[in-house]
Design a protein around this ligand. Structure first.
Ligand SMILES: C[S@@+](CC[C@H](N)C(=O)[O-])C[C@H]1O[C@@H](n2cnc3c(N)ncnc32)[C@H](O)[C@@H]1O
Length: 236
């Protein structure tokens, strides 16, 4: 790893405690791209989203847990009016995403962080700054004693709602029926959110969605994904 300690402290998840993999192999070419791009489009710990050089009057949509970045590339290509904030704690994923965003010519409209989404939302994104949040196939943590590690928890749901504008959306996908139900049950109960499919409902797959790595894996293993769509209602 040739990223210096100082670089890692600023741009990557260096010491924060999270569940899930953080580090792994990054090629020399990927390192070079990280060194080139993170100082320009990385959201370092000490900086807020408002200080990230984006147009705060234009839409900002976040993807949490972007994996290899394919879904972000799709969003950037199909929604040229959106600016994107991508967050994933796994450094090799961040490296792949940076490469794909650069190759697709859309990286300048994106901001990337390797910090946990909980930290980014709590300390770097202010209330009402986001137009939408995508979460595709979050880690399932299937064992009951690990359920507390799941991303979607009551407090995290409230935190997401507070960062959305009125009318903003949260869209989620999971190929694990138990996790899909878990997310729906928490979000259905979260004040300020409306389930577009009605109470306890799931929406249809958006026809133009790209197949993410984990959606494809689910299909190979015989599981169709389920999709959730929530809107933040006006809070009076
Ligand atoms: C199962 S993978 C799904 C990847 C991709 N969205 C897909 O559909 O193929 C879950 C991703 O969430 C990331 N992740 C886990 N906990 C996270 C957290 N607290 N904040 C941000 N990303 C997280 C993991 O590193 C991993 O890349």
């Amino acid at each position: 790893m040739r990223l210096s300690r100082e670089f890692r402290q600023q741009y990557t998840q260096h010491e924060m405690r999270t569940h899930g993999r953080k580090n792994g192999f990054v090629t020399a070419g990927q390192e070079a791209r990280l060194l080139k791009w993170l100082p320009r489009i990385g959201l370092p710990k000490g900086r807020t989203l408002a200080e990230a050089g984006l147009d705060m009057q234009a839409p900002i949509v976040m993807e949490i847990g972007f994996g290899n970045g394919d879904f972000m590339v799709h969003l950037a290509q199909t929604r040229p009016d959106w600016q994107l904030l991508g967050v994933d704690i796994y450094l090799p994923g961040v490296a792949k995403a940076v490469g794909r965003l650069e190759d697709a010519g859309v990286i300048e409209r994106c901001r990337i962080s390797q910090l946990p989404a909980q930290y980014v939302l709590q300390y770097q994104v202010a209330e009402g700054q986001l137009d939408g949040i995508y979460i595709n196939h979050p880690d399932p943590w299937p064992k009951k004693r690990h359920h507390k590690r799941r991303l979607i928890q009551k407090d995290f749901a409230c935190l997401m709602v507070s960062r959305l504008k009125a009318g903003g959306f949260i869209r989620l996908a999971s190929d694990k029926p138990d996790l899909a139900d878990w997310m729906r049950d928490i979000l259905d109960m979260t004040p300020g959110l409306v389930n577009v499919a009605g109470d306890k409902g799931f929406v249809e797959r958006e026809p133009d969605r790209p197949w993410t790595k984990f959606e494809q894996r689910g299909i190979r293993e015989g599981r169709n994904s389920r999709f959730l769509h929530y809107i933040r209602k006006d809070i009076v």
